[in-house]
Design a protein. Structure first.
Length: 73
């Protein structure tokens, strides 16, 4: 579970600055997935929801992240 938390933390820090600057784009393209897609819409609900879920799993109630542990039985 420590690896999952580290991965979430890294994504959170990255997205905290990128998504607002990129106007909450719908999808990303390019070899590293960093370019905003040519046909992407901005201010997308699902982009915001994904970020809020990540915020919840890291800052509000980290114990909920266990639902993402695919190795759990």
């Amino acid at each position: 579970m420590d690896q999952m938390h580290e991965l979430l933390e890294e994504c959170y820090r990255s997205q905290l600055s990128q998504l607002p600057r990129q106007e909450w784009a719908e999808y990303f393209d390019g070899p590293t997935g960093a370019w905003i897609g040519q046909q992407a819409s901005t201010y997308q609900t699902w982009t915001v929801v994904g970020f809020l879920l990540m915020h919840h799993l890291l800052r509000v109630k980290p114990s909920d992240a266990t639902i993402l542990d695919l190795g759990a039985t």
